[in-house]
Design a protein around this ligand. Sequence first.
Ligand code: FE2
Length: 273
Amino acid sequence: MINLKKNPIHIKGVERDKIVKKARKDLEHDGCAIIKNFLTQNAIKLLVQEANGVVNKAHFSYNRTNPYFTQDDPTLNKSDPRRKFYNRSNGFIPADNFRKDGTLRGIHDFLYFDEFIKDCLNEKKFSRYADPLADVIINVANEGNGFPWHFDTNNFTVTLAIQNAVSGGIFQYAPNIRKKNENFDEVSKVLNGKSDKIVSINLKPGDLQLFKGRYSLHRVSPLKGKLNRYVAIFSYVEEPGMVGSPERTKQLYGKVLPIHFDRAGIRNDKFID
Ligand SMILES: [Fe+2]
C-alpha cells in the first residue's frame, strides 16, 4: 500500500534519513510537511472503495462554530475571534468503522509507520491517540461543505489525501499563529481576510501531510462538484491515553463512549480547547 520504492520508511539509511530531514525542516519552518506520492496507485483505489463502503456511517454536522469550538461569551468584545461564528458542515466516518484487516488500518498499523511519523515530527513525547472513535478517521465533504478556520484539539495531525472534490478543497493555514500565546489580533486578521500569513496548498490523492494544527489556524476552502472529498486523519498526541473531550466528540462523531467521560480534562496545556 505504501510506495516503499519512493519512500523506504522501513529501511534505516540514507533515503529514509533524507525524507525525515526534509519533513523536519518543513515542520520547523511552518508546521507543515508533505510527503508526495506516499501511497501506491492501488492503495488509493482501495481506500476510495473502503471509504465509499462506509460513507453512510459518516456523521455530518451542520452548525455554527468559532475557531475554538467554544460557546459564545457575551462578556467579550464583539470583534473578539472567540465571538466569530461560521457555518460548519462536513462529516467524519468514526474510527470504529475501519476494520483491523482493512486498507486504512493496514497502513496505520504498518510496523514502521508510527516510528517514521515520530521521527519526522521529531517529537520525544509521541503516542497514538487513544480515542476509539478518532485514532483513524476519514473526513468526508462535498459540495457546499467546508471546514471553517479552526485550531485542532490534538497537537499534531497526520493526514492522507484519498480523493479530491471536483474543485475547491484547498487546505489553507496560518503557520504557528498561536505558538506563544493566543495572538487574537492576528487570528482576527485571518478571519477577516486581511492576513498576509496564509499559506494555501492543493494535496493530491496519496499525499501524506504532517501538520501541527494546535498552533496553526486552518481551514478547507469550499468544495464544488459531485465527488466526495475524502481525507484520512491519523491522530497522535503527546501523552498516552488521551482522548477527545465528551463535548467535542459528540459534536464531531455524533456519539460519545464511556472512555471520553472517564478521561476528560487530562490535557496539560492552557489553550482554549
Ligand atoms: Fe483541523
